[in-house]
Design a protein around this ligand. Structure first.
Ligand code: 5GP
Ligand code: ZN
Length: 114
């Protein structure tokens, strides 16, 4: 399942360049083009799903593997703590509608988020 107009499907296909930091059979991880922290990596499934809710409903196992791959990316960057964020819906800031986990770390974070 891919979406012809999807930016992140194009990154998976290698049609748009990205700074890859990890790849598995199911997921691709690359640095965010507009980093908000020393580590800001996006972890995405190769398969196109609109958001985390759609992916979790369609394929819970893939969702679990993506979480594990996000943790591996954080460890690879030397992080002991990290934030894993899935913006879900335009009203909370989702701008790319191919599910992606933001792995953020390397600085202090506040709670609640803005
Ligand atoms: P969202 O707002 O959907 O949660 O996050 C989308 C993220 O994708 C943003 O943090 C944005 O900086 C990042 N982004 C958008 N276009 C590109 C791109 O072409 N390459 C990379 N590496 N990141 C991108
Ligand atoms: Zn896509």
């Amino acid at each position: 399942m891919t979406s012809a107009d999807c930016l992140f499907c194009k990154i998976v296909a290698g049609e748009i360049p990205a700074t890859l930091v990890a790849e598995t059979a199911d997921t691709v991880a690359f640095r965010d083009i507009n980093a908000q922290a020393p580590t800001h990596v996006l972890v995405i499934p190769r398969e196109h799903h609109r958001d985390i809710a759609a992916m979790a409903a369609a394929d819970p196992c893939l969702t679990g593997r993506l979480a594990a791959d996000a943790a591996a990316v954080a460890a690879q960057d030397g992080l002991t703590g990290f934030r894993l964020v899935f913006n879900t819906g335009a009203e909370v800031g989702q701008s790319v509608f191919h599910v992606h986990g933001h792995v953020l770390g390397g600085r202090e974070f506040r709670w609640p988020p803005g």
